[in-house]
Ligand binder design. Structure first.
Ligand code: PGA
Length: 257
């Protein structure tokens, strides 16, 4: 496939592996995990960890000068003001974040986040100089009734419509809801089909989609990572559970390059 890509003039997309710690960790456990990551050889992929906001300062201090980037797991759509409990994109940027996850399915499902809100968060993040990692994904019921493309297409459209040409500054993560934290992974072919669909949609929206990275997330483990990352349109992973275990996360990073 390398030859075909070269013939088509496709840009190379450096692989990206992002750990999503979710609401896990402690000051001591984080230090141990980060020390292990820093001591390891992670390969050539870009690596980042998205951590709970209270730990960002410590994580920044630990990772400064390393090759590992860091980010938040959510941000407000607003720049600042009376929004108790919210974290602004500017605050994340001030703490050296490169990335922020927006629209994770747990936030869509458990916090009622709409497509429109997720798009607004992506716009706010970009304006603060962050790279939003925009998550999309279908539930099992949606997949079973053949609505996967319609659902992820709708979720992506909200973002492309609001951002216009700025869509080029985002990373997209395809995370089938039924694969998150369940141990059930999409097969490489299932994932690739959705990634290729998303890339086509991005191209239709005017993005230089050959350069835009689309990550796969949902029960990525050391034993399935390499096969997933070998697919033409899978540019790395968004890793939940396995990102909390140093040996597993290191192995996944290595599988990406
Ligand atoms: P998982 O989570 O790797 O534990 O399935 C992925 C995610 O929710 O980003």
């Amino acid at each position: 496939m390398v030859a075909a890509a070269a013939v088509a003039g496709a840009k190379s997309r450096p692989k990206l592996v992002v750990g999503n710690w979710k609401m896990n960790g402690s000051v001591a456990a984080n230090a141990t995990l980060l020390d292990a990551l820093k001591a390891a050889s992670l390969g050539s992929a870009e690596v980042a960890v998205c951590v709970p906001a209270p730990y960002l300062r410590d994580v920044a201090n630990s990772l400064l000068g390393s090759a590992i980037a860091w980010g938040g797991q959510d941000c407000s759509r607003h720049e600042s003001g009376a929004f108790t409990g919210e974290v602004s994109a500017a605050m994340l940027a001030e703490l050296g974040c490169r990335y922020v996850i927006v629209g994770h399915s747990e936030r869509r499902a458990l916090h009622g986040e709409s497509d429109e809100l997720v798009a607004a968060k992506a716009r706010t993040a970009l304006a603060a100089g962050l790279v939003p990692i925009v998550c999309v994904g279908e539930t099992l019921a949606e997949r079973e009734r053949g609505a996967t493309d319609a659902i992820v297409g709708r979720q992506l459209n909200a973002v492309t419509e609001l951002l216009g040409a700025r869509i080029e500054g985002v990373v997209v993560a395809y995370e089938p809801v039924w694969a998150i934290g369940t141990g059930k992974t999409a097969t490489p072919a299932e994932a690739e089909a959705v990634h290729a669909f998303l890339r086509k949609r991005l191209a239709a929206a005017g993005a230089a989609s050959s350069e835009l990275r689309i990550l796969y997330g949902g029960s990525v483990k050391p034993d399935n990572a390499a096969q997933l990352f070998a697919e033409a349109d899978i540019d790395g992973g968004l890793i939940g559970g396995a990102s909390l275990k140093a040996a597993e996360f290191i192995a996944i990073c290595r599988a990406a390059g």
